[in-house]
Design a protein around this ligand. Sequence first.
Ligand code: FMN
Length: 142
Amino acid sequence: MSLKFVSYMSSQSRVMSSKSIEDFLFQVREKNKQLTITGVLLLIQGKFVQYIEGPAQEIDKVYESISKDIRHKDMILLDSGDLSERQFKDWSMAYKKVHDHHIKKIVGKENLNLEDIFLGNTSSKNHPVLKVLYDFVKTLSS
Ligand SMILES: Cc1cc2nc3c(=O)[nH]c(=O)nc-3n(C[C@H](O)[C@H](O)[C@H](O)COP(=O)(O)O)c2cc1C
């Protein structure tokens, strides 16, 4: 069974309350447990940044449903590829709201200029938001 990961960024369609985020995470985690998908969802400056990993077929299917979900828009693929080992084996979907002071600690500046990715001004593959994502991956998997 081949493993794959995908990470993307999107804009929330509307600001979700903490209660609706909790309900949403409950459903996502239940579904991911069934599909053996693991990963992390970050909320950064009003944008979702998600990393999912699991069996390639399941990841393709879930990514397709996520891309049709009206709770967010303007999805942009940040990175994807094959995996030999999971980064998040214990997390059906870790969640963190990332505050500006954390971002500053990780990338040295508070404003990630996320809009630049949506406008196509910067390459999404090398964007500092990936550094924030992978830094968080490290804290969970260590
Ligand atoms: C930001 C975001 C992240 C999501 N992440 C996942 C996920 O990791 N796994 C999942 O099954 N659904 C996820 N969803 C929900 C899917 O878009 C979709 O609602 C769900 O898979 C549909 O499940 P159902 O066909 O069983 O009703 C996410 C939705 C959003 C807006």
